[in-house]
Design a protein around this ligand. Structure first.
Ligand SMILES: Nc1ncnc2c1ncn2[C@@H]1O[C@H](COP(=O)(O)OP(=O)(O)O)[C@@H](O)[C@H]1O
Ligand SMILES: [Mg+2]
Length: 226
């Protein structure tokens, strides 16, 4: 059961002559079996926090712990190995490979991992598509799907290596209300199944699903609102 702790996190970006403080002393904990929402204005630092938790960026100052292990100290190779094993990422724009079919998109992270046999990989793709109610879309290309279906494929891909942590950055930003509800319900279900789910969203609807809500304001994270 994973536990994530962000401690005194600062992130500074240099843009030409300007310095942007994207994170200002953020302290927060996330547990398995819960879904967390991070809301806040555009440019407030939400993605920066998520990408740092997802080991896709490096803090300027401070630490991130996975189960009391300080992961901010790891080198790039160690970070990518841990990311592959522990983290599933879901993006606003789905980020599917357009030249690969649905099943191939989901297989891809499993090839990199080498954790499963060929048979097991095929079985996992089938089970994931089934679980997400797109079992009949395995041989389609992304362009042959609706936005909601594309995002479900992206979720299947994020789950392929059975990560403990699911990070979603505005996952419903490109979707209509009906699909937004479907995606939030899937994320909620994943948290109830034991995953640690962190969702960045503009969408006030996320409040209905989240166990805890934080607001990011100009690089500072609020105490949880409720
Ligand atoms: N790679 C980067 N280089 C320079 N500045 C960046 C970079 N990424 C983010 N920023 C800046 O950091 C601040 C926070 O950005 P971000 O985390 O993307 O906010 P949000 O996701 O809340 O919209 C913004 O001022 C943004 O312009
Ligand atoms: Mg963002």
């Amino acid at each position: 059961m994973v536990k994530i702790r962000v401690e005194n996190a600062w992130k500074e970006y240099k843009k030409k002559s300007e310095i942007v403080q994207a994170l200002k002393n953020v302290n927060v904990e996330f547990e398995a079996g819960k879904i967390y929402a991070i809301i806040g204005r555009s440019g407030s630092g939400k993605s920066t926090l998520l990408y740092n938790i997802g080991l896709m960026d490096t803090l300027t100052k401070g630490s991130i712990y996975f189960n009391e292990k300080n992961v901010s100290q790891l080198n790039d190779k160690e970070k990518s190995r841990l990311r592959m094993k522990e983290i599933g990422f879901i993006f606003q724009g789905f980020n599917l490979n357009k030249n690969l079919k649905v099943n191939e998109n989901i297989l891809l992270p499993m090839f990199i991992n080498e954790k499963y046999t060929k048979e097991k990989r095929k079985e996992k793709v089938r089970a994931l598509l089934e679980m997400l109610d797109i079992g009949d879309k395995a041989n389609r290309f992304p362009r042959e799907l609706s936005g909601g279906e594309e995002q479900r494929v992206a979720i299947a891909r994020a789950l392929a290596n059975e990560p403990e942590v699911i990070l979603a950055d505005e996952p419903t930003g490109n979707l209509d209300e009906e699909n937004e509800k479907i995606i939030f319900e899937i994320l909620k279900k994943l948290s109830l199944g034991g995953k640690c789910v962190i969702v960045v969203s503009h969408n006030p609807e996320i409040k209905e699903y989240a166990d805890k809500i934080f607001e990011m304001n100009n690089g500072e994270l609020s105490k949880n609102l409720y």
